[in-house]
Design a protein around this ligand. Structure first.
Ligand SMILES: [Zn+2]
Length: 333
């Protein structure tokens, strides 16, 4: 059984390639973080080495060894999970020595399985030297080797690498399908499934991590509560907040992205499209604020938030960007 959920077009393609024995020697799996690239890569690794009747059966010895990370013919290099949640992965540059090691191993036949599978997670982090070395392997791969390159940013890969792989693009799950999967397959109660489906923006992996680790949801809740308090606050409190979050670029960006979802929700509520809002657990509050805020000031502040994100991406002074936001934010007593 495939563990990948919701990518039926991709699974049908792989199923067909497996049955007709026409798999490519290298695939590039493209998708935003937490869209299931690694799950799909491990599915393929299982399918290629499965001894059951319907590969990947997930039950035979090779399938189980791959699932538990013990199969000697499956290698994963690249991103490392950080923290207890594993929700964020640390970027590590994949250097020449990693790829040389891969090359040595790729030239030896499989030890226990049928195919050797090399998974490169975060392939956009290959150093130039490493990418060029990988290119040589991709040009003449040993027949028993399948290379799976995973990336969330295809533009950062060498075009020569991309052209030697078959491109597979993972799409985010539609909110309704995600809600159904969470409720039916993971027994999540309806309201929570609905909230996670919206907040995850179609990334099932994100939703599943949020189920086991509450910290992201707690942060979001505190952050939105603070933001609505700032709508009524004076300059001192607003600038104090700007100073506080200007210590960390990543948190500042995440905060602004979160604010954007709330302000877009206000716009949706004002247009009578409540059924598409993201922050479904705060609908009462959003409807209340939609009555208070006008369309022009909501639209203008959404523009300010987007501009702030652009400026942060261009390395602008973070404190200054945040202070301008505090000045632009509508004010209510
Ligand atoms: Zn199996």
């Amino acid at each position: 059984m495939w563990q990948t959920i919701g990518q039926s077009r991709i699974l049908a393609l792989f199923q067909h390639s497996l049955e007709t024995n026409k798999l490519a020697h290298a695939y590039l799996l493209i998708g935003a973080p937490h869209t299931g690239k690694m799950t799909l890569a491990l599915d393929l690794a299982r399918a290629l080495n499965c001894k059951g009747n319907k590969p990947p059966c997930s039950e035979c010895d090779p399938c189980r060894r791959i699932s538990s990370g013990k199969h000697t013919d499956i290698s994963i290099i690249g991103l490392e999970s950080t923290g207890n949640s594993g929700n964020s992965k640390q970027r590590v540059e994949i250097g020449i020595n990693d790829i040389k090691e891969l090359q040595r191993s790729a030239n030896l036949p499989p030890y226990e399985g049928k195919r050797k599978v090399f998974i490169i997670d975060g392939a956009e982090d290959l150093s130039t030297e490493a990418a060029n070395c990988l290119l040589k392997i991709l040009e003449e791969p040993p027949p028993f080797v399948v290379m799976l390159l995973l990336t969330s940013d295809e533009r950062r890969l060498l075009p020569t690498i991309v052209s030697r792989c078959q491109r597979i693009e993972l799409k985010p799950l539609p909110a309704q399908e995600m809600e159904r999967v969470l409720a039916d397959s993971y027994k999540v109660e309806r309201d929570k499934a609905r909230l996670l489906a919206r907040l995850s923006h179609g990334r099932l992996g994100w939703a599943l991590t949020a189920l086991t680790d509450n910290s992201q949801l707690v942060w979001r809740s505190e952050c939105l509560t603070e933001m609505t308090a700032l709508l009524k606050a004076g300059w001192e409190r607003r600038f104090g907040y700007a100073a506080r979050i200007s210590n960390d670029r990543r948190t500042a960006k995440e905060t602004i992205r979160l604010w954007l979802t709330w302000w877009r929700d206000i716009m949706l509520a004002k247009s009578g499209c409540e059924q598409t809002i993201t922050n479904v657990d705060r609908i009462t509050e959003i409807e209340k604020w939609a009555q208070i805020l006008s369309v022009p000031e909501t639209r203008d502040f959404i523009g300010s938030l987007q501009k702030a994100l652009d400026q942060i991406a261009m390395n602008a002074n973070l404190r200054l960007v945040l202070e301008v936001l505090m000045l632009d934010m509508p004010k209510r007593r």
